[in-house]
Design a binder for this molecule. Sequence first.
Ligand code: FDA
Length: 299
Amino acid sequence: MSFINKIIALILPLVPKFIVYLFAKRYIAGPTLEMAIDAIKDFNARGIVATLDILGEEIEKKEDSLKVMEEYKQALADIKSNNLDANISVKPTHLGLKIDKEFCYQNIRTLVIEAKKYENFVRIDMEDYTCTTDTIDIYSKLHKEFDNVGVVIQTYLRRTIDDINQLIPEKANLRLCKGIYVEPPQIAYKDYDIINSNFQYTLRKLLENKCYVGIATHDEKLVWHALSLIDELNLKKGEYEFQMLLGVTEDLRDILVDAGHPMRIYIPFGEHWHAYSMRRLKENPQVAMYIIKHIFSGR
Ligand code: FDA
């Protein structure tokens, strides 16, 4: 972690909540589901679909996970009643993974069934490396039973090639990203070029094997590589999508949308936005640097 990043990580928790909100609101729809639904409406009007994420993770009590479940069910119902094009993204530790794996599996299964009722879809986010095996297990078990569920693969992980070799025969539905957690070097590559090469290798292998991929990156080099693959493999719209985070590289997002590529925006919201933002920033102050750059560039 660079010196400047360490300073940012130390200072941010002291900044008053309302000031943090001024900066965070670019990346978070707001504290309520209603605000998230409004954000989806705006995107849908521009031909962009969405995925909703209720902020929070590492739940310690089962009853708290059950509350999160109710919020997700409400989100699915509101997406349907507003006739919106959006699905949901869930974090296993938010649904009890660290309490009891079977409890978490049953929770995600319930949401997949609920989503199915509305012809909708559940994406299982990938958290830090302590969750990878359990998350893939839960996904694979669910995917045997349901077609409206997908998981995430992180290309900074050394295990990723093995994971996709396991997931390809299952015709997995995957979001491919670099990975956001700060992992030990025994677990994850640290070199930008290796992580990018692994992204490119993995993306090619998945697309060639007809897996549906959410190409989740703001890195123009990876976007270019993905575009060249889409062309080379002559992929049609329903065979891939690009995905980006709310408020990030909006120019690149619009270029892809204008060129006719399917785009899904990840929209986080919820009352725990402050605790969540602080935790992420503490773990990975690079994100704070992005925010500061945006503030000074006025975009
Ligand atoms: P890179 O980090 O090189 O960023 C490229 C450029 O994008 C930067 O130079 C900067 O300009 C901009 N940028 C990137 N991230 C930014 C940010 N947060 N704020 C402002 N600017 C930013 N990770 C994970 O571990 N598990 C998961 O489930 C998911 N899910 C997920 C969903 C979606 C839709 C996206 C887009 C990303 C994720 N991620 C994730 C995060 C992902 O792993 C990764 O950390 C970030 O996307 C940043 O990596 P890039 O590929 O964008 O490249």
